[in-house]
Design a protein around this ligand. Structure first.
Ligand SMILES: Cc1cc2nc3c(=O)[nH]c(=O)nc-3n(C[C@H](O)[C@H](O)[C@H](O)COP(=O)(O)OP(=O)(O)OC[C@H]3O[C@@H](n4cnc5c(N)ncnc54)[C@H](O)[C@@H]3O)c2cc1C
Length: 408
């Protein structure tokens, strides 16, 4: 086993780190990320392109750096140290996930019409799966949004909410039921819907805890929304399969960016601990502060290892469902612990807006809910453990499901 990092990746990650430190962080208080105004960061994006840092995840033919999923672990962490970083490099959610989905499922004409401008940073996208109750949320098989065939078109009707980036997006990938009588996981299909379609309406940005991100988290109404047959992404009934294609790696890329945020919180807390004095010495001299710092370091170490391993499993061609679920739960909870400890070490300063940690704290909470709440991923992980036990199989590999440590 070899954990050494290829020099070119180390170099790219170091250059992204410098870019975020020198160019992005100084602008954090000047640019309103929530406005979703791409023009506001045009200069920053031009610099990222000029320095060969643009869209690290994309193949070179789409202007990216072709890092592969494991390389993304290193580079996205550095980009993630500022909430503005991924946007500056065009590797922010949800666009990065949409780009991946289009690469995997789009036809040539769809690639040209949607992926090319998205990859160039000319437009934004959104992904519309979740519905308000009683529709599909944690359980996507409860989807109610319906697409019905009419001649050469599909007519889509339904309500979505929490659609990140919808306000100002140029197109949305919409998940809708195309065959209610099909087996649960073959009922739905994906459609690319232009947001200027008269049947697509952003009702409002839902007010949320945290910054909301570019374009907010929106309620969306599809009302007799007519799209041509060729708006379908992938095949009919492939909606759930393709959602997994999108969400598997997307869960990991969220982990990568959040590890960067949490590391920066820890760095800020550690610097403060060295300066601030209380009870006859610096905070850093008190053992309980040292333990908080050490616990955060360990949380981040484990988070990085799990993310890298899950990324490696996907790179090897496996869906890595057990690994991505375990990783998503662990990292979402670990980064929340790290940021919470950082607030504690900062004391009152931690709840002010004089450091970014306060915003990180508010933004990070939702990561335990989106892309599958912790409880649902724990359920998925436990199911495999129980299946294994019921079949009398041994645990194999680092996650107990594969990889050849025992008997393979
Ligand atoms: C900031 C943010 C951004 C988002 N962006 C998008 C987006 O761009 N596109 C999109 O489609 N969706 C998006 N979502 C929606 C997100 O994916 C859903 O919130 C998530 O899937 C959970 O669905 P729900 O909120 O309807 O929870 P519900 O289904 O109502 O579940 C509520 C709670 O019940 C518990 N629970 C559910 N199932 C189980 C179970 N089996 N066992 C035990 N407990 C359980 C969990 O604690 C869960 O949090 C976003 C959400 C947030 C918060």
């Amino acid at each position: 086993m070899d954990f050494s990092i290829p020099p070119e990746l180390n170099d790219l990650a170091a250059r992204v780190r410098r870019f975020v430190d020198d160019e992005v962080i100084p602008l954090e208080n000047e640019i309103d990320v929530e406005a979703g105004d791409i023009a506001a960061i045009a200069e920053l994006r031009a610099k990222a392109k000029a320095e060969g840092l643009w869209a690290p995840h994309l193949p070179r033919e789409f202007g990216g750096q072709d890092t592969g999923l494991m390389g993304m672990c290193l580079v996205f962490e550095q980009a993630g140290r500022s909430l503005l970083g991924p946007l500056a490099l065009n590797c922010a959610a949800p666009d990065e996930g949409t780009m991946h989905l289009l690469l995997m499922a789009a036809r040539q004409a769809q690639l040209e019409q949607y992926l090319t401008p998205l990859a160039n940073g000319e437009i934004r996208s959104c992904f519309a799966m979740t519905e308000p109750a009683p529709g599909g949320g944690s359980d996507p098989t409860m989807l109610r949004t319906r697409a019905e065939r009419r001649g050469d078109s599909w007519i889509i009707n339904g309500d979505k909410w929490f659609i990140t980036g919808a306000d100002g997006a140029s197109f949305s990938v919409v998940c809708a039921v195309t065959d209610p009588d099909a087996p649960a996981h073959s009922k739905a299909s994906l459609f690319i819907v232009d947001t200027d379609n008269p049947g697509f309406r952003v009702v409002r940005r839902t007010p949320v805890m945290g910054s909301g991100g570019a374009g907010g988290h929106c309620e969306v109404e599809l009302n007799d929304c007519e799209v041509a047959d060729d708006a379908m992404l992938g095949g009919e009934g492939e909606g759930f399969k393709l959602m997994q294609v999108r969400l598997g790696p997307a869960r990991l890329t969220h982990c990568m960016r959040w590890i960067g945020v949490a590391q920066r919180s820890l760095d800020i807390a550690a610097s403060r601990a060295l300066e601030r004095e209380a009870f006859g010495g610096t905070l850093a001299e008190h053992q309980s502060i040292q333990w908080m710092l050490a616990d955060s370091e360990m949380d981040l170490y484990a988070s990085r290892m799990m993310t890298l391993h899950a990324a490696w499993r996907i790179s090897e061609g496996d869906q890595a469902r057990q690994e991505t679920s375990a990783c998503k739960v662990f990292v979402a909870e670990a980064i929340n612990r790290v940021i919470d400890r950082s607030v504690q070490i900062l004391g009152a300063l931690g709840v002010t807006q004089y450091t970014p940690v306060e915003l990180f704290f508010r933004d990070a909470r939702a990561f335990r809910i989106y892309d599958g709440p912790s409880e649902v991923h724990r359920m998925v992980v436990a199911r495999r453990i129980l299946r294994r036990a019921a079949d009398g199989r041994q645990a194999t590999g680092l996650t107990g499901v594969a990889g050849g440590l025992v008997g393979e």
